[in-house]
Ligand binder design. Structure first.
Ligand code: 4NP
Length: 162
């Protein structure tokens, strides 16, 4: 069980790390800042594939987050690696297929850290994928709902651990 004041480390994961998981990373960071919890959390994101490594965040995600005053400057896609398992407390896939790929890269999930973002919500499902639809509005709504649910879950866990 985590001690009350440890930094809680969250890694958001999708296929390319340019659309959904950076959106989740930066929405989560913004939510945490607004709750004045910035010193309690570390949030990052990564890809399961090598496809987009080194690339900046997709213009669709950048534009949508800009509407909310959130910048993704300085973020470039990186790949998930096996050693991330020890570095993070929560490794969060955007869809079931991400979770399958994450388990392959990580070599399993002995500590039960790997979850799907919207499994923390009251309506468990995959995050809408904007890659083929271009619909970043639906993705934003899903990601926001998931981040809210995940943050609520973690804070409840913390309260119970005290
Ligand atoms: P993401 O979006 O996984 O949300 O970053 C995608 C990025 C790249 C590809 C598919 C989805 N791709 O096929 O290369």
């Amino acid at each position: 069980m985590k001690r009350g004041q440890d930094v809680i480390r969250i890694l958001m994961v999708c296929l390319g790390n340019i659309c959904r998981s950076p959106m989740a990373e930066f929405i989560m960071k913004d939510m945490i800042e607004k709750e004045h919890l910035g010193n309690r959390f570390y949030v990052a994101s990564a890809a399961t594939s090598t496809e987009e490594i080194g690339n900046p965040v997709h213009p669709g995600t950048r534009k949508k987050l800009r509407d909310y005053g959130i910048s993704t400057d300085g973020k470039y896609a990186v790949q998930l690696s096996r050693k991330d398992y020890d570095k993070y407390d929560y490794l969060i896939g955007m869809e079931q297929r991400n979770v399958t790929n994450m388990l392959r890269i990580l070599g399993g999930d002995l500590d039960g850290k790997v979850r799907r973002l919207l499994d923390f919500s009251s309506d468990p499902r995959d995050i809408a994928d904007p890659w083929y639809t271009g619909n970043f509005d639906r993705t934003y709504d899903d990601v926001y709902e998931g981040c809210k649910a995940l943050l609520t879950y973690i804070l409840e866990q913390e309260t119970e651990a005290r």
